[in-house]
Design a protein around this ligand. Structure first.
Ligand code: DC
Length: 229
């Protein structure tokens, strides 16, 4: 293979980034990495071990004890934290409520970015998150910045949580998304922002299939030009 292809998908919370990223990776046989799951798993570890996030010595020490791994089954991403499957637990509200604070910590970002860059070094990859096109892979061939109406986003996430019998209200979900958007866009360390060369995708009124076709259109020229070399 001459040069691997990297697709960076960034955007606000609950915009459908992972749904699109997964579908795209499946269609193209690329690897899919959910970078948000990594920050969530770190948050879960900190909560379980009562790590004081104000104390950087504590944080740095804890980071050394965290080993994350992805494995995929049927293109569903599973993440393990020190060997334990935590894919469901990291989606619960307890983690959602603290993940923005944890992901704003410089040492946490430094470690996660290092691991993410290693994953995209030689393989075709789709990675979704907040800083993928700006910090993790500024050289990505395709960058998509996703957005959608906040009310629609809250309703989508609420329905997902209801399916899991989570006792949360629509208002709580809306507040949590607003809080995370605020934290993610205003933090000091690589805040969520659109890379200059990212294409905006507002999916408020788009079906998953329309979004996939939009993304395929952007990636296919790179695949074709590689095949011609
Ligand atoms: O994509 P998500 O909602 O699962 O991400 C959870 C949190 O992790 C999100 O509120 C911000 C943070 N995050 C980040 O700071 N950088 C990334 N690349 C991905 C996620």
């Amino acid at each position: 293979m001459s040069h691997n292809i990297v697709v960076a998908i960034d955007g606000y919370s609950s915009c459908g980034k992972s749904t699109l990223a997964k579908a795209l990776a499946k269609k193209l046989h690329f690897i899919y990495v959910d970078s948000g799951a990594m920050y969530r798993a770190v948050t879960l570890f900190f909560q379980r071990n009562n790590i004081n996030i104000e104390d950087m010595t504590d944080v740095e020490r804890a980071l050394k004890d965290i080993h994350l791994n992805f494995h995929s089954r049927d293109y569903q991403t599973h993440i393990t934290l020190n060997g334990e499957e935590v894919s469901d637990e990291i989606r619960e509200m307890a983690v959602s409520e603290q993940v923005s604070e944890v992901s704003a910590i410089k040492a946490v970002r430094r470690e996660m970015v290092k691991q993410q860059q290693r994953m995209g070094k030689s393989k075709d990859i789709v990675m979704d998150g907040r800083d993928i096109g700006t910090t993790v892979f500024p050289e990505a061939q395709v960058k998509i910045f996703m957005t959608a109406d906040p009310k629609i986003r809250a309703e989508r996430r609420f329905k997902e949580l209801q399916l899991k019998n989570s006792p949360v209200t629509l208002e709580e979900v809306f507040e949590n998304l607003a809080h995370r958007d605020y934290q993610d866009t205003t933090r000091k360390e690589s805040p969520l922002t659109r890379a200059e060369d990212a294409i905006i995708l507002d999916n408020t009124e788009l079906t998953p299939e329309e979004q996939l076709n939009f993304a395929l259109d952007k990636v296919e020229p790179f695949i074709n030009s590689r095949q011609q070399k």
